[in-house]
Design a protein around this ligand. Structure first.
Ligand code: FUB
Length: 459
């Protein structure tokens, strides 16, 4: 009898499953990490034509070794992604690849953090790469659309020896390029060369002396092993934000000034070290539809190798005096999630007792599952949009070797019973209550143990 019930439920589930028909290059997440078909590090977010565009670097499993013999960052090309709602992301494909850079070493795998800005209808994509002469240089590729196609200029920007370019288009009408560990110089009107009136200084590097263009904006600020500067202007203040190694791994910090090229005054942290020791963090800050966001990265899809990173997003807030409130990484992220989507509750807002594990340690991109180990274990997923029509069914993808009972709360509360299903099964059950609109979803285990849930959905 019990077997038949399970079978019947299994058949009902099979009949009700509606695979989302999405093109391969479109992802619906809303949670962190935001991109689930590849690694996306060093995310620079820009708003063009009313959409968010993200220009990350593209980590791949390491194919090169560092001087100390360890597996090293490997990046061979750049993709661009866009979204209108921070939930649905389209991968527009490769825009620049290392073998197409005329001045670059074609097998250096060193296409580190990029940026892209628009001027007079042209999109200027700035990217670091190892030059044929050795050492990092910064190149420019130009397009008529943020999605490309991009034409790569034959030479890198003269005067920049470094990584991680970021361009600030200031209200004084000038564009300033920041790179490496907080160096900054004015760009010419053409956006592709350093201006002739930039200051120059001779910098000592051990036994070597080098003439450098521009100024070091991080002079005198906490900046050990600083990299990845991101500069922007807001309410009459200039912000120089940057990762640096406070103790053993990177934090995101910031400084403020009344002038784009400084001097900058240190203000504090934007984000503390990642708890799992992921060594790098790299970010950008953008205002989209009136809300500020911090884009940053973490190695969520590569727990054993922190040079395969993934972009994440959090909301960012300013204080009255222009200082920035510290941001904590979350799994929930910022995107609106509809109750009719597969709601991955392992990207929780709050958890008590339950455990989160990878679904498949041979393929971390498959994501996570929530394990309700004992009665009382509970997970909350904030801001789930139930829309205007109360759902009549709840669908859960579950695995459980015992029968179980769950309390579901979202505006209202009710219980559902789960049958035994030792293999992953999609189970469709009547909705135990009526609910509509934006609700925080809470799921708690009432009876049973070790119930695994991949996702839930409401129809
Ligand atoms: O992605 C390679 C390097 O790691 C970036 O250029 C740095 O900012 C750090 O994120």
């Amino acid at each position: 009898m019990k077997k038949m019930t399970v079978l019947a439920l299994g058949l009902a589930a099979a009949a009700c499953t509606q695979p989302q028909e999405l093109p391969d290059n479109v992802m619906v997440t809303g949670t962190n990490p935001i991109i689930t078909n590849q690694f996306t590090a060093d995310p620079t977010a820009r708003v063009f034509n009313g959409k968010i565009y993200m220009f990350p670097s593209h980590d791949i499993p390491s194919v090169i070794t560092h001087v100390d013999g360890s597996a090293w960052f490997s990046m061979a090309d750049y993709h661009v992604f866009s979204s209108e709602d921070l939930t649905t992301w389209t991968d527009h494909g490769v825009i620049v690849r290392q073998e197409d850079v005329p001045w670059g070493k074609p097998d250096a795998y060193s296409m580190w953090a990029p940026d892209c800005v628009e001027k007079d209808g042209k999109y200027y994509f700035y990217f670091p790469n190892t030059s044929k002469n050795g050492g990092f240089a910064v190149g420019v590729a130009i397009a008529d659309s943020p999605e490309g196609p991009y034409e790569i200029l034959p030479e890198p920007i003269e005067g920049i020896h470094g990584i991680d370019p970021c361009v600030l288009q200031a209200s004084d009408g000038n564009a300033y390029i920041f790179w490496g560990n907080g160096r900054c110089a004015k760009l010419k009107e053409n956006m592709t060369e350093l201006a002739d009136d930039n200051p120059k200084e001779t910098v000592k590097w051990g036994p070597f002396e080098m003439e450098m263009v521009g100024v070091s904006c991080l002079q005198g600020l906490p900046s050990r092993q600083a990299e990845g500067p991101f500069a922007f202007e807001y309410n009459g203040n200039f912000y120089l934000t940057y990762p640096y190694v406070r103790e053993d791994t990177e934090v995101l910090a910031y400084a403020m000034s009344k002038n784009p090229m400084g001097p900058y005054e240190y203000k504090g942290l934007i984000m503390a070290e990642h708890e799992n020791d992921c060594w790098t963090n790299h970010h950008s800050i953008v205002n989209y539809k009136g809300q500020w966001y911090l884009f940053y990265h973490h190695n969520a899809f590569s727990p054993d190798f922190d040079k395969n990173r993934s972009a994440q997003i959090e909301r960012l807030y300013f204080n009255q005096d222009g200082t920035i409130q510290e941001v904590k990484p979350t799994m929930r992220g910022v995107g609106p999630v509809k109750s009719s989507h597969k709601v991955h509750i392992d990207r929780y807002s709050h958890i008590e007792g339950a455990a989160i594990e990878y679904l498949d340690t041979a393929d971390y991109f498959k994501g996570w599952k929530t394990i309700f180990e004992k009665a009382g274990d509970e997970v909350r997923f904030n801001e789930l949009d139930f829309g205007r029509k109360a759902p009549r069914k709840i669908v859960l993808r579950v695995k459980s070797s015992v029968q179980a009972e769950l309390t579901i709360a979202a505006g209202n509360t009710g219980n559902v019973s789960l049958p035994e299903c030792p293999e992953w099964t999609e189970i469709e059950l009547p909705m135990p209550f009526k609910t509509k609109g934006m609700q925080d979803l809470e799921i708690a285990l009432v009876s049973g143990n070790n119930i695994e849930i991949d996702w839930v959905s409401f129809k």
